[in-house]
Each structure stands twice: as structure tokens, then as C-alpha cells.
Design a binder for this molecule. Sequence first.
Ligand code: GDP
Length: 492
Amino acid sequence: MSSTICALATAPGGALGIIRISGPQTLEILSRIFTKDLRNAQPNTIHYGHIIVQTSNPIDEVLVSVFRAPHSYTGEDSAEISCHGSRYILNKVIELLIQNGCRMAEPGEYTQRAFLNGKMDLSQAEAVADLIASSNKATHQLAISQLRGGISTELSRLREQLLKLTSLLELELDFSDHEDLEFADRSELFELTKEIDNHILKLAHSFEAGQAIKQGIPVAIIGKTNVGKSTLLNRLLHEERAIVSDVHGTTRDTIEDTIDIQGVTFRFIDTAGIRQTTDTIEQIGISRTYAAIEKARIVLWLIDAEPTQEEVQEIQERCQDKSLIIIQNKIDTQPATQPPIELCPLATGGTQETSNLRSSSARLLPEGRKKPQTSNLLRISAKHGTNIDALEQAIYQAANIPTISDSDIIVSNARHYNALLSAHHNISRVLEGMGGIMTNGEWSMIHESTSGDFLSEDLKLVLDDLADITGQGRIVTNEILSNIFTHFCVGK
Ligand code: GDP
């Protein structure tokens, strides 16, 4: 029989603290330290009373919520004690629970039990940790969609298709002596396999967007000395940082250079150099600029005069797989009559104040999404704040974050991504085994294939890869479980 576990589920320091208990002895143990007998308590009920030592000394006035198996988070009998948030009280209640038969929960043990009792699959269990860690609208939506079974549903659909494919091939194999019988049209099977591979790849491709949302999107500000990079950075960070320091009482120094635009986090990379405004271009070094570009997904190239054709080409080349936004700063110093900077050979039209952005890449684009349009120069004054809204809009568009809805599956977990890559690798072997060849990223069937024997073996590997993600229909080793759940806190 499994043990009964307890842990503090809330962060210390609040007005209330919640202690979670789960396991078959929950109500038995609780009844020994509570003023009411809860052994026959109805499910989903709340009980008012006192936690007491040796049937008399009250420790605290509490509310106990009772959940009965299997209708609880863990699937076991469980309870939550809402106490006053005193460290002494919380420690004392946990101590009493342990004295009466509970043991301290391991990190993530509640969620692990929920998984083992079939209340959720592995990907949903992982989403619990993401949900608790979510800090903005986008990360929250990502986690909640996964928790609600977004990826699980998609995978079980793929699994069904794969099972169908495997059984068709196996049927053929069983009757292979009957040469006149044809069970499965190979070219149809080939098309079906291709379709499954495309789905797997689409999910794998979404990982980049998923990661970007989870980690924040790296942005580099580049440009010559005195062009206004540091002024722009401060302008972009200003409000955000002010809010953060007010709310959390944090100091400016410790805050990472990030901004949230429409619920998505953007991380400014390598900004230390930018802030040292006395550095000359030689000191900062051109290589440093290139290193910053390398790490970025979005590059803000600040100019105040017309760049040379070589410079434009150089930057464009280095930004081939990035979104590049070219910004003309200090427009306040230019007479209204001055013609806008012309960019050769990039410029495709006249200047626009607000923009679609120039993007040379679809790096963050999940397949099938529209590529951002290339655009013209964005004209701003970092000093006076002119057109900063438009710039923020352009940065947001450059990220090309898909709107996450229930039907939009975004993979954000590296474990899932690796399993998908492995599934793609194995299904490519199936396609090859069927006589397929890949040219220009497209599979085509060039000859009738070999034995169905190997094919169904490889298909089983694909099934296993997909099953690894949810843990369903697959034995999940203790190693995998502990890898996942040790990253949780105690109490989750
Ligand atoms: P960095 O070397 O690229 O980081 O440039 P700074 O941000 O240190 O700016 C260099 C100088 O340009 C400073 O004196 C800024 O006040 C000034 N500057 C920056 N942006 C603007 C702007 O939009 N208009 C004007 N007139 N001056 C600006």
C-alpha cells in the first residue's frame, strides 16, 4: 500500500499556509490531530475545527478540505489544511502529521502520484510545473493548453494512424505466401506514412516557437557608437523596469534586461557593452556585434546616417536566419524636408513610420504560417520617444509568435522535442524501406518496396517514441520519472 505524504503547498510568508496530505491514511491520520472525526467525511467537503496536540492543546483554527479517491488531484484520498501562515504553526502541523504516520513528500510527488494513478499523462504532469512557473500570458497559455491535453490528443491521433498502418503491413506479412492477394496498396501506405511524418515534423518545428515563448526571445541592438543604442535600450526598458522594481522591491542592477510586449518576453542580449557608452567601436569590437547577432533571434540595427552598401550586405548576410529591423534614429535632428535614408540593395520602397518589419527569415515560424513581410525603414527618436510604440509592435511581429489556442499545438519541452526527432528519424527509415527517396525536402516513391517485416519493426519504434511523450502505453522507467519530478518543488 502506498504511503501517506504531507507537505506545505504554499510559499512561506503569506497570511495563510496550505498543507497537503495524500494517501490511503489521510483521513485516519488527520482525525488524530483534528477536533472532528473525518474518517467518514464526504468527498469535496470543508470542515472547520482546530488542530490539536494530545486531544486538547489547540495549535491553530483551520479549515480542512476533504477529497476522496479517485476524485482528487492525486487520485487518492487527500486533504488540504488551510492554516494561518505562521512558520511555527505550519512546522508544528507538519510535525504532528509525521508523528501520526505521514511522511514528507518528495519533490513533485503529488503530481507523480497523479500520473501513476492515471489522472494525467506525463506531458500534462510536466505542464503543471510550467503552469506554476508561467510568468506572462504566452507562457501561461502554453502551459494551460498542454495541461488540458493539447499534445496528448494530437499524439493519440497519430498513434491511431500508426497502428492502422502497422496492422495493414502485418496482415500482408501474415499472408505473404498468397502472392495473388494484395492487402495494402503500397503507394497509399506511402502517402499515409508521409502524412504522419509531416505531422510529427510540424510538432517538432513548433519547438522553436515554444522555446522562444518559454525562455524569452533574444534581441540584439547593434549599430555604431553614439547612434543611440543605449538611449533606445533605456527607452524600451524604462517603464517595464519601473513597474518591476515597484512591485517586487528589486534593485535595478539585478533585473535582467527584458520587456514584455503583448504578453511575450523579449530578452536583450549582451547589453552590458551597450551601456558603456564611452566605449569606442574599436573597444567593443566588430566581433562583439557579430557575436550578439549570432545569439539573437531579432536584430535591431540602429543607424543615423546612410550605411554603405557593404555594411548593408554584411548585416543582411549575418541576419539571414533572423528577423532584422532597421531603425533610423535621431529623426528629431533632421529637418522635415530631408529625404529619408535610402537603403541599397535592401530598400524596396519609400519610408514608413509604422511598419511591417523587415525579416529575412522564418526561423520562428511553425510550418505553414505566413512569413512576415519585409518592410522599410522604421524612423524613431529614442531620445524623445517618437515611434517607440511602432517599434515595439514591429518587435512583436518579428517574433512571429503564433496565437496559441486549444487547436494550436506548440511543443515547448525538450524531452518531447527529442522524442519527436527520434520519431521523425525512425519514420524516415520506414519511408526509405518503402522505396522512398527524399529530394528537396519532399519524399517520393521510386520503387516498390522491400519486406514489410522491417517496416513494421521501425513503425513500432515510432510508436514507442510518441508514447514516451505521454508515458501512455509504455513502461516509464524510474529514471525518467525522477528526471521529470525532481525539477518540481516539494508540495507540487
Ligand atoms: P550608443 O553609443 O549607440 O549607445 O549611443 P547613446 O545612446 O549613448 O547616444 C549617444 C548620444 O546620442 C547621446 O548624447 C544621446 O543623448 C544621443 N541620442 C540618442 N538618441 C537620440 C535621438 O533620438 N535624438 C537625439 N537628438 N539624440 C539622441
